[in-house]
Design a protein around this ligand. Structure first.
Ligand code: ACM
Ligand code: ZN
Length: 523
């Protein structure tokens, strides 16, 4: 049996097992890609390298094909690999690694992706991941042919992106005094040179990078450094605990717009690919409702409510990015196409709800570009009790959409409230990333879950070469009792949520502001 993952478009096998002992890699292949394949052969197989060995010959052909297309022809004494550019060569190498790791019964592989946008998101705002671990994660996703890395760089709990213009963001904003789960400090940030190195690391693997600066919500780490960004110039702290915060950037002050544009300038210098993510999720309007500046802005713009003010803010940033030659992605929030203001048509909306979201179906059908990170299957931060391997494979990008061609892209998200290090990240990723990579690469119409499951034992072995030990089936597809306890264990989070503190703080602030307004009126 031959097991390739993600499933390839066309596979022909043969009864004659090809036996080889040493290999020679040659032809039209970059030094980097050649080195990757040769190192794999040397370090992770029983084969050796020898100029007189079995030839793997790369040819870049002049054909009208997808850049990721490749064709592998396996003969007894040589293998020919065709692609139209280096990108296809690189994807082919990932398949060749798999072929060389099993009994060689392959005769022909022809492959290309069913989806052009296959993304993996890592949140480094909650927990900081050192550069070497980021690279390890990039190695993993490149093995399974992901082509975008969404780098969620800022959160209430930590600002990880070095800004030369606003140095306090990392001096203060990259540190939290403790976490939900312990008394230990949590801190870290990436220098601009480290970030450039990560971008370069991705590009060599034909992975584009989408940096995210999440605004206007989830910005406590920035507000703690620059109180003037908040509605009432509040003295705030980098959040220690997770959860949605009421303090967000003020949309009524000029400084907020200047600050965000400055940050976007620095971001665009480092992240040279076409997409920038501006977040926009979970931004409660409690402060904006009370704030004179936000209300003045709302009135000046003639908008109906604060949700519309957030859309104005997002469109403003998207317009700015457009002037810099970038395209904007933002988290989808419900809106009505008949409202006074709607997201700019050029903005790509990222869906993060569950499969029951019928309104989102309308958005997809309206022709807007959307990325799905359907949290019923692709949120791999959640425990296996919530998102089983079955769910990751079988969840639809958007339920209720007949023509999934209108989806612009797919993304799986690794949030890190509960994923504090690479060890836990690997546990959460595998085997779910295997399932997801197959859905993303081969496309939803090509799904074959039974076929996928038969490949798991072999990929359990394959992943051991890369320092990954997959959990047992009882863990990734738990029975109802284990599911119940997995959920119960996870839900203990309620005990460490700061909801009560936020409610009291909100009440006190509201009273203070209302008193101030009353006193002003009295005068
Ligand atoms: C999100 O899950 N808050 C995008
Ligand atoms: Zn405000």
């Amino acid at each position: 049996m031959v097991s390739l993952l993600p499933k390839v478009k066309k596979l022909q096998t043969t009864q004659n097992k090809i036996s080889i002992s040493c290999i020679c890699v040659q032809g039209e292949i970059s030094d980097f890609a050649k080195c990757e394949l040769e190192n794999f052969i040397k370090e992770k197989t029983n084969l050796s390298l020898d100029n007189a060995g079995y030839k793997i010959e790369f040819l870049v052909v002049d054909e009208k094909r997808n850049n990721e297309w490749y064709y592998i022809d396996v003969k007894n004494d040589n293998m020919t690999v065709k692609a139209v550019c280096e990108e296809g060569v690189y994807r082919a190498i990932q398949t060749i690694k798999q072929i060389l790791s099993q009994d060689m019964y392959v005769s022909v592989v022809e492959d290309e992706p069913g989806n052009a946008f296959r993304s993996f998101m890592l949140d480094v705002g909650r927990y900081f991941y050192p550069v070497e671990h980021i690279k390890k994660i990039i190695d993993y996703i490149s093995l399974f042919k992901f082509n975008y890395f969404h780098f969620h760089l800022t959160e209430d709990q930590g600002w990880r992106f070095e800004s030369k213009k606003y140095p306090k963001l990392t001096e203060i904003g990259s540190k939290r005094s403790h976490t939900n789960f312990g008394i230990k400090k949590e801190e870290g940030f990436y220098t601009q040179s480290e970030l450039r190195d990560i971008v370069d690391y991705c590009h060599k693997r034909f992975i584009k990078v989408i940096p995210e600066i999440d605004i206007p919500g989830h910005t406590m780490s920035a507000l703690a450094c620059y109180p003037e960004l908040s509605c009432f110039d509040r003295k705030l702290k980098v959040s220690t605990h997770w959860g949605v915060k009421f303090d967000i950037m003020c949309a009524g002050k000029d400084f907020t717009y200047t600050f965000c544009k400055d940050i976007l300038d620095e971001l665009c210098e480092i992240f040279t690919d076409e997409y920038i993510h501006i977040g926009g999720d979970e931004a409660p309007k409690k402060r904006w409702e009370l704030c004179d500046n936000c209300n003045a802005k709302l009135n000046e713009l003639g908008l109906d409510n604060m949700e519309q003010l957030q859309l104005y803010f997002a469109n403003y940033m998207a317009e700015y990015l457009k002037s810099k030659g970038k395209q904007t992605i933002m988290w989808y929030n419900k809106f009505d196409e008949n409202d006074k203001i709607v997201p700019d048509k050029d903005i790509i909306l990222q869906f993060w709800g569950t499969k029951k979201d019928t309104e989102f179906c309308d958005v997809v059908n309206s022709g807007r570009r959307v990325i799905t990170s359907n949290s019923s299957g692709y949120y791999i931060d959640l425990p296996y009790g919530y998102i089983t391997l079955d769910d990751s494979y079988n969840t639809q990008g958007v339920t209720g959409i007949e023509n999934t061609k209108s989806l612009f892209g797919y993304e799986t998200c690794l949030w890190t409230e509960y994923v504090k290090d690479i060890k836990k990240a690997k546990f959460n990723m595998f085997p779910r990333v295997l399932a997801i990579s197959e859905v993303f690469w081969a496309g939803e119409k090509a799904k074959d879950y039974d076929g996928f499951k038969t490949k798991l034992p072999l990929f359990n072995e394959y992943l051991k070469k890369f320092d990954v030990k997959m959990p047992r089936r009882g863990i990734y597809n738990p029975n109802p009792i284990r599911k119940f306890f997995s959920k119960l264990w996870f839900e203990k989070r309620q005990l460490v949520w700061q909801g009560l503190y936020l409610t009291i703080d909100n009440f006190m602030l509201k009273r203070k502001i209302e008193n101030q307004k009353y006193k002003r009126r009295e005068k």
